[in-house]
Design a protein around this ligand. Sequence first.
Ligand SMILES: *[C@@H]1O[C@H](CO)[C@@H](O)[C@H](O)[C@H]1NC(C)=O
Ligand SMILES: *[C@@H]1O[C@H](CO)[C@@H](O)[C@H](O)[C@H]1NC(C)=O
Ligand SMILES: *[C@@H]1O[C@H](CO)[C@@H](O)[C@H](O)[C@H]1NC(C)=O
Ligand SMILES: *[C@@H]1O[C@H](CO)[C@@H](O)[C@H](O)[C@H]1NC(C)=O
Ligand SMILES: *[C@@H]1O[C@H](CO)[C@@H](O)[C@H](O)[C@H]1NC(C)=O
Ligand SMILES: *[C@@H]1O[C@H](CO)[C@@H](O)[C@H](O)[C@H]1NC(C)=O
Ligand SMILES: *[C@@H]1O[C@H](CO)[C@@H](O)[C@H](O)[C@H]1NC(C)=O
Ligand SMILES: *[C@@H]1O[C@H](CO)[C@@H](O)[C@H](O)[C@H]1NC(C)=O
Ligand SMILES: *[C@@H]1O[C@H](CO)[C@@H](O)[C@H](O)[C@H]1NC(C)=O
Ligand SMILES: *[C@@H]1O[C@H](CO)[C@@H](O)[C@H](O)[C@H]1NC(C)=O
Ligand SMILES: *[C@@H]1O[C@H](CO)[C@@H](O)[C@H](O)[C@H]1NC(C)=O
Ligand SMILES: *[C@@H]1O[C@H](CO)[C@@H](O)[C@H](O)[C@H]1NC(C)=O
Length: 357
Amino acid sequence: MGSATLLLALFFLSVLTTVPKVQAAFTCNSTTRSTTCSALIDYVSPNTTTLSAIQTLFDVKNLRTLLGANSLPTSTSPNQSVAAKDKIVIPFRCRCSNGTGISNHRPVYTVQKDDGLYHIAAEVFAGLVTYQEIQAVNNISDANLIEVGQELWIPLPCSCDEVNGSKVVHYGHVVEAGSSVELIAEEYGTTQETLLRLNGITDPKNLQAGAVLDVPLKACTSMVANNNSLDYPLLVANGTYVYTANSCVMCKCDSANNWTLQCEPSQLKLSNRTCPSMQCEGSSLYIGNSTSAGCNRTTCAYAGYTSQMILTTLVEGNACSASNDAQKIGLQVWSWAFLFISSIALAWSSIFSVRSL
Ligand SMILES: *[C@@H]1O[C@H](CO)[C@@H](O)[C@H](O)[C@H]1NC(C)=O
Ligand SMILES: *[C@@H]1O[C@H](CO)[C@@H](O)[C@H](O)[C@H]1NC(C)=O
Ligand SMILES: *[C@@H]1O[C@H](CO)[C@@H](O)[C@H](O)[C@H]1NC(C)=O
Ligand SMILES: *[C@@H]1O[C@H](CO)[C@@H](O)[C@H](O)[C@H]1NC(C)=O
Ligand SMILES: *[C@@H]1O[C@H](CO)[C@@H](O)[C@H](O)[C@H]1NC(C)=O
Ligand SMILES: *[C@@H]1O[C@H](CO)[C@@H](O)[C@H](O)[C@H]1NC(C)=O
Ligand SMILES: *[C@@H]1O[C@H](CO)[C@@H](O)[C@H](O)[C@H]1NC(C)=O
Ligand SMILES: *[C@@H]1O[C@H](CO)[C@@H](O)[C@H](O)[C@H]1NC(C)=O
Ligand SMILES: *[C@@H]1O[C@H](CO)[C@@H](O)[C@H](O)[C@H]1NC(C)=O
Ligand SMILES: *[C@@H]1O[C@H](CO)[C@@H](O)[C@H](O)[C@H]1NC(C)=O
Ligand SMILES: *[C@@H]1O[C@H](CO)[C@@H](O)[C@H](O)[C@H]1NC(C)=O
Ligand SMILES: *[C@@H]1O[C@H](CO)[C@@H](O)[C@H](O)[C@H]1NC(C)=O
């Protein structure tokens, strides 16, 4: 009996001391520009699960946010099965503090019967954090003392820093066996030098499978330029889409328009609420519409949102040289699409008390 307990204790100790990989924290120096930003991280599910279970585990508010980060169609069912070892990209808010970035007080995990901190870190969250990191942010003095029902903040690594002078979306990429810095750089449109510098790697041969690598993804140029906008800075990674302005607006980012963010009214049937006007002031255009006169093209672009309204701006571009819109912004008319119907305004502001991702 006594020796069995001792053996178990020794086993537990050896597991605790050998398994956690020492993961370099992501550098995050930006503190002035904005307090939080959007970020992505890979989750390689240890078991067969569903999208909805992953959404719950990571506290992702809307399924469509999860779908957008994975470029999955919006019609995908929450019951869609995810096979063990499949990779799902998790979108979350990042906060920088003291030179490093961690997820902004989410996800919150509720301790289950027979859970240990190590199990939660290494298995439930697939090694994206160490148990020491969970222990530290939750002020737990003894790692062996956690209670069923206790709520733990899981600090996922992330960053909001610009890379090489450009706004990017930082993506915590879980390195696959057989991969290399070179292959990862090529797959995600960056350079080996950038990856090595960002991750403080001196010898690319030291890259280990399962490590979480900070990969900067190209983000689209957006017209959300005002830090009063609740989604500022609107960073949408190449190949993904997001819903913003409380799901009233859908924006997607790809190479088709030279990485200029393409936004339009979302057309979602939003129960119980009405979206504010999305018409550009002094024109008949709505967000996403454009008109051309000769080579002059005018586009009504999404420019952010506040608790009361959706902001729009007219952007002039050149219809003759394709995909040059972002460069030739001749006219920027900020239009404030005010709400006139107070009942809608009320419903709207009640929705806006919660910031969406
Ligand atoms: C972040 O700040 C640290 C310390 O101030 C500095 O060593 C590092 O180069 C900075 N990184 C970036 C990307 O600015
Ligand atoms: C998902 O599964 C649950 C029960 O398994 C079912 O009640 C629900 O209708 C399903 N939802 C969809 C969208 O298929
Ligand atoms: C900030 O980081 C340094 C080392 O990187 C650490 O010594 C210090 O305790 C940290 N401060 C806070 C408030 O976390
Ligand atoms: C995966 O499944 C096994 C066996 O059913 C279970 O013991 C384990 O806790 C599961 N892991 C997670 C992360 O749910
Ligand atoms: C942990 O303690 C620090 C300082 O004592 C406090 O600022 C912080 O809010 C605490 N964190 C949690 C999750 O309770
Ligand atoms: C953008 O994404 C596409 C696929 O979605 C990829 O082929 C391309 O290399 C990416 N470009 C950059 C610069 O990230
Ligand atoms: C930084 O940007 C410049 C110009 O855009 C480019 O030539 C250079 O290769 C980039 N450097 C890295 C490390 O990505
Ligand atoms: C918002 O932007 C204005 C001007 O661009 C700047 O003065 C102000 O400090 C910014 N506020 C925050 C919270 O970043
Ligand atoms: C509509 O919104 C009100 C208040 O925000 C809420 O009490 C009510 O349950 C909602 N109705 C539906 C069908 O969602
Ligand atoms: C303007 O955009 C709306 C919504 O995306 C669309 O339904 C409508 O057809 C567009 N109008 C024109 C003139 O392009
Ligand atoms: C295009 O814009 C330029 C200057 O903004 C103007 O001089 C020209 O007349 C416009 N052309 C057409 C066809 O509207
Ligand atoms: C695409 O945008 C970049 C900068 O955002 C610009 O340098 C380049 O000329 C643009 N390319 C085209 C074909 O418009």
